[in-house]
Design a binder for this molecule. Structure first.
Ligand SMILES: [Zn+2]
Length: 154
């Protein structure tokens, strides 16, 4: 949960930093009277000018654009990886409630399974699941699946 939200925050921060540096470079060009429609003039400005970020550090605005683009890509991929993880979680939480019955005493109880788990046990062909101890009669049984309910509406 913490990892997921920090990935999202980093993604957003990187994306906005990247956008900000591109906007800074372009607004500098605009402030110097370079029209964005004049691509060659913009190109000359981006390569020829020095952009001062203070502390005596200067670089051409084109690097601001390149770094900005890379940072946006990084941010977007972080956001995308977060989306992927959410999908994964959705699969895991695809839980079904199974009503199980002890084959000895007929005691019934409910257990949560993921759909994948049920599939791997051979359900619905195989309606018996792995051995477990019945809490009522205390015997080891392979309980029978009586009923399976999905919490989803469809
Ligand atoms: Zn039992």
């Amino acid at each position: 949960m913490v990892a997921r939200s920090s990935t999202r925050i980093f993604g957003l921060v990187f994306t906005s930093l990247g956008l900000a540096s591109i906007i800074v470079a372009l607004s500098n060009a605009w402030a110097s009277g370079v029209s964005f429609l004049d691509l060659s003039a913009l190109n000359v400005f981006l390569w020829a000018n020095r952009f001062n970020i203070g502390f005596g550090i200067e670089f051409e605005p084109i690097y601001l654009i390149i770094v900005g683009a890379v940072t946006i890509l990084l941010g977007v991929s972080l956001l995308a990886c977060r989306t992927e993880r959410i999908e994964e979680v959705t699969v895991i939480t695809d839980d079904v409630t199974a009503t199980l019955e002890c084959t000895f005493c007929g005691y019934q109880w409910k257990e949560l399974f993921s759909e994948k788990q049920l599939e791997s046990m051979g359900f619905p062909r195989n309606r018996k699941i792995s051995r477990r101890k019945c809490v009522v009669c205390g015997r080891f049984t392979r309980p029978k699946i009586i009923e399976v309910r999905t919490p989803r509406a469809f």
